[in-house]
Design a binder for this molecule. Sequence first.
Ligand code: SF4
Ligand code: SF4
Length: 278
Amino acid sequence: MAKWGMVIDITKCNGCYNCFIACKDEYWDNDYPPYSAAQPRHGQAWIDLVKKERGVCPWIRVAYIPVLCMQCDNAPCVKAAKNRAVYKRPDGIVIIDPKKAVGQRQIVDACPYHAIFWNEEKQLPQKCTFCVQRLEQGKIPKCVQVCPSRAFVFGDLADPKSEVSRIVASKKAEAPKPGSRAKSRVYYIGVPKLFIAGSVVDAKSDECAEGVSVSLTKQSTGKSTGTSTNNFGDFEFDGLGTGKYSVKFECKGYKPRTVNVDLKTDKHLGVVKLTKRS
Ligand code: SF4
Ligand code: SF4
């Protein structure tokens, strides 16, 4: 039997909200018994986008993180429900029973990802079902179908040859942190971390210095990585953790230069000037 899972590549998401709108289209005013009751027109986002901004002018990075029910294997919402009102299907999908869950507001508070919404009119907790009614017809979830950027990879985690399994096995994707003991079946690529960036110029002419070799060394481990400046003299190392780093600039005919950074938040070094050897 398939065990459904999803990988979301944050670097591909452009924040178009197609997935959000498609989810509304599928669920607003539509009941899918016994899996879900109709979503209200306002106030619920079974898939939502969390906007994450990093850095300050002139170097800003913006990411949109699609957030939905993680279909946890050790789901706190299942434990919080009375009368088995929330249950996990053999295919991994967590369902809130739209009849049994009436009046059980504590289910909303149990989710560490804030993926459950309270329907005031129906007195019902509601959330994403991975579009189980579509899966049963051999279709893929609506959000996956409509994403123009192909940010979602959906498939069978029990099949080691499926694309979703291969990405998870490659360790390129990571499970979300809060509530990680919940054992998410949704993974992310490109979770925003920290960056060090800057611009390199010739000290005398102030011209952008293209092709400067820039190496980054984490002082605690000695591990290094490298890049070179582009035609604007810009460089960037992204995906970093906190800690102390050395950034070394080298270019033929110029004196090498090293800048030390104690990285606690995203850092733009400003303009780094290289001086010609005499
Ligand atoms: S993400 Fe929240 S709603 Fe979904 S299974 Fe996990 S605890 Fe339940
Ligand atoms: S449809 Fe795709 S690109 Fe658009 S917001 Fe959703 S995940 Fe991002």
